[in-house]
Ligand binder design. Structure first.
Ligand code: PLP
Length: 404
């Protein structure tokens, strides 16, 4: 049995009041709150361990290095990667994708080549590829989607050709909640020998991800969206790919030998990790992953899917409600508008009731254009949200609707 009230006790911020009302935090797609276990790991490491990693012979440096490298193993297990050489620590999903777009672009892309992204990507999985295309004279191609927010898989097949270098696709849309058939995307791309990057920013917090089962070549996610600290994330890459790709940034740790004439690079994963890593954050990220593993990703997924279903049912009964994205496979994100109430007005008034939602284009302007709108209100759920909170949201929306 998943005991959500027990889980909530681990998150001190959830007992806060906002404008005298209990906080209803429904902005988990943007960032999640942190359990005590994560915050305490950060405090404990700064109080008792702190020393730079990989460089010291002294006790603290070795202890900090051990914690940092043990975290890499936790991430490896969490994603079911083959080896810790495949786990690169980054600042987040965005940095992971920038790393790959640069490194892959430098070595694998030439003029006239094509990069495929989907119509529902976050800017972080569009702009780095666009920048690389500009540098290289390559072109961006887009997998279209249906009105209900599902990828058009036949169109994906038709898009791929001998010029396609990589397919970049989100596993879960941060706007529509659509869960994309990533294993299928990978199969289609691999049939033509094309690698696939998966943006896992919105999937990792909500479902069990197994990179070997998906067979994706690259997978990026952010710590802060999975109950971990800000400023740390992961880029997974198959070892055979990472071996082939050149480094992204130069500096300390990513080198083997440096002379003014020539530098040779370190082995994996360090080749891609220039400079002092946020070793406190990597340790705290491991604590966050252990936290969700302990609750059970299957349990979390089941709980959140039930909650989302309940929310959809209740919200659809509201007069004037329009929900964007009704894919068959969907996750804990609900984007909506009510009548012609501007999303900013809705968000601002819900805030006054203590309800935190996100408003705007959600860093997906091309998707907004596809939907023919400027923005939405987005409620996104996490493992600590409850049906009572959904009821509070519904009552809040009704109240705002009556005001208009
Ligand atoms: N990709 C998706 C689907 C997202 O939802 C987000 C964040 O909202 C990102 C990428 C970027 O994540 P970060 O800002 O942590 O790098």
């Amino acid at each position: 049995m998943y005991d959500v009230m027990r889980v909530r006790e681990d998150f001190p911020i959830l007992s806060r009041e906002i404008y005298g009302k209990p906080l209803v935090y429904l902005d988990n797609g943007a960032t999640t709150q942190k359990p005590r276990q994560v915050v305490e790991a950060i405090v404990d490491e700064y109080y008792n361990v702190n020393a730079n990693v990989h460089r010291g012979v002294h006790f603290l440096s070795q202890q900090a290095t051990d914690l940092h490298e043990a975290s890499r193993e936790v991430v490896r297990r969490f994603l079911n990667a083959h080896s810790t050489n495949e786990i690169l620590f980054t600042r987040g999903t965005t940095e992971g994708i920038n790393l790959l777009a640069f490194s892959f672009g430098e070595s694998m892309v030439k003029e006239g080549d094509e990069i495929v992204v989907s119509a529902m990507e976050h800017h972080s999985n569009i702009v780095p590829w666009q920048m690389m295309c500009e540098r290289k004279g390559a072109h961006l191609r887009v997998i279209p989607m249906t009105d209900s927010g599902e990828l058009e898989m036949e169109a994906l097949e038709a898009l791929l050709n001998e010029r396609t270098r990589i397919v970049c696709c989100t596993q879960v849309s941060n706007v529509l909640g659509t869960v994309n058939p990533i294993a299928e995307v990978v199969k289609i791309a691999h049939r033509r020998g094309i690698p696939v990057l998966v943006d896992g920013a919105q999937s990792v917090p909500h479902m069990k991800v197994d990179v070997q089962e998906l067979d994706c070549d690259f997978f990026a996610f952010s710590g802060h969206k999975v109950y971990g600290p800000t400023g740390v994330g992961v880029l997974y890459g198959k070892e055979e790919w990472l071996e082939k790709l050149p480094p992204y940034q130069g500096g300390g740790e990513m080198i083997k030998n440096v002379s003014f004439e020539k530098t040779t690079y370190n082995e994996l994963p360090y080749k891609f990790e220039a400079g002092t890593p946020d070793y406190v954050a990597t340790h705290a990220l491991a604590k966050a992953l252990e936290y969700v593993e302990q609750l059970g990703m299957k349990n979390i997924e089941q709980y959140e899917r039930d909650l989302t279903r309940y929310a959809l049912e209740r919200m659809q009964q509201i007069e004037g409600m329009h929900i964007y994205g009704m894919a068959k496979e969907r996750d804990a994100v609900i984007s909506f508008q009510v009548g012609d109430i501007h999303h900013l007005d809705m968000g601002t008034l819900l805030d006054r009731l203590g309800i935190a939602v996100r408003t705007g284009h959600h860093c997906a302007e091309p998707l907004m254009r596809r939907l023919g709108i400027e923005g939405t209100v987005r409620a996104s759920f996490g493992l600590y949200n409850t049906k009572d909170e959904v009821d509070a949201l519904v009552a809040g929306i009704e109240k705002v609707r009556r005001m208009f």
